[in-house]
Design a protein around this ligand. Structure first.
Ligand code: ATP
Ligand code: MG
Length: 344
């Protein structure tokens, strides 16, 4: 691989939280590479560690968190950079859209101030030029009457509009990499689709790379080149969208795919759900973390954590049963577990 085309290389990243009940191993031995202009989807159930990987990268872990490993962004290891150095990168060439817009918008400052300050500080723009650019950005993300609304406070925007404001702020300096953490889950379906279209357009227009964190494999299918599937704080499968959707190797990934509603599906048919609950990261089961929920689990799965098998560059899976018969079995209908609601 041409090293110049790599925008982000994460090597053996581990994130831990100290709590009164013991340590939470939120992200373990995470390694992946993202090229310029490519997009990576990160999927997994609630609590699987998706957000904390990227909070660690942004230097935004909670006080009780610590992280080890490397994250080489544009040739520089950004893990553990002093804040002054990190601030030259954050919000400039590396931006994040957070799960909750109010965590990144300051409720006491008008949107105009929150936007212009970034441009004045990082791009040396005049106040007037910064305001014009901010209005342009708000227009680009589809905020009507942007010239007037730029002078409003965050709470004066509806949820969907606030999400757009946050996207506009994240894109102000035309980042090389945008991390979008569930950017649309809180929104209604029409606005979700509009925002995803917008990100898609901007990816093409600006040539930026995107990490899309989501519960929704449909979003990944429509937006991403590669996928990383997380379970219990670890990556259990990676591959191109094409490979993963046509030939998922891990039983958990197969379960996720089976629990996706299908456009051509029978509306009266119950949706599949992976049985059981996501694991408690403080009390992970022995062996493979997925084994208590896995219909293919054997004694080996209960005793030893599986190693990661690499099939091709970027195509990996961590499972003891990769070569067993489950690959041949037909998914949804033959599966003994058919319940109404998805667990995602
Ligand atoms: N400050 C903290 N102290 C202790 N544990 C934490 C802290 N922050 C996060 N965690 C734990 O880390 C684990 C991973 O959290 P993370 O936010 O990455 O999950 P996620 O996959 O993004 O879930 P969701 O889909 O619900 O957003 C969870 O078990 C969570 O409870
Ligand atoms: Mg999250």
């Amino acid at each position: 691989m041409n090293e110049n085309s790599i925008i982000l290389k994460v090597k053996n990243l581990n994130t831990r939280f100290d709590t009164p009940d013991g340590e939470v191993a939120a992200a373990n031995e995470i390694s992946f590479t993202l090229k310029k202009g490519e997009s990576l989807g990160v999927v997994g159930e609630s609590g699987s560690g998706k957000t904390q990987i990227f909070m660690a990268l942004m230097g935004l872990l909670a006080k009780n968190g610590k992280t080890t490993g490397e994250a080489i962004f544009k040739g520089q290891n950004i893990l553990g950079l002093p804040v002054t150095e990190l601030n030259k990168v954050r919000g400039v060439s590396l931006s994040m859209i957070f799960q909750d817009p109010m965590t990144s918008l300051n409720p006491y400052l008008k949107v105009s101030r929150q936007m212009t300050e970034v441009l004045i500080e990082h791009q040396g723009m005049s106040q007037k030029k910064a305001l014009e650019r901010s209005i342009e950005m708000l227009e680009l993300v589809g905020i009507p009457e942007a010239r007037k609304r730029v002078h409003m406070y965050p709470h004066e925007f509806s949820g969907g509009m606030r999400q757009r404001v946050m996207i506009a702020i994240a894109l102000l300096c035309e980042p090389d990499l945008l991390i979008a953490d569930e950017p649309t889950t809180a929104l209604d379906v029409t606005i979700q689709a509009q925002i995803l279209d917008l990100l898609h357009d901007l990816k093409d227009k600006l040539g930026m790379s995107i990490v899309m964190i989501t519960h929704d494999l449909g979003v990944i299918a429509s937006m991403c080149d590669h996928v990383m599937v997380m379970y219990g704080g670890r990556v259990v499968e990676t591959g191109s969208v094409q490979a993963l959707f046509s030939d998922a190797k891990h039983p958990y990934t197969r379960g996720l795919l089976q629990s996706m509603p299908r456009i051509d599906g029978d509306h009266n048919e119950d949706l599949y759900a992976i049985p059981g609950q996501p694991p408690n990261l403080q009390a992970l089961p022995q062996g493979c973390a997925f084994q208590p929920r896995c219909q293919y689990a054997t004694n080996l799965c209960q005793q030893e954590r599986p190693q990661t098998t690499e099939f091709d560059a970027g195509r990996t899976a961590s499972c003891h049963q990769l070569s067993s018969a489950f690959h041949a079995s037909s998914p949804v209908k033959n599966n003994p577990v058919n319940v109404v609601e998805g667990v995602l």
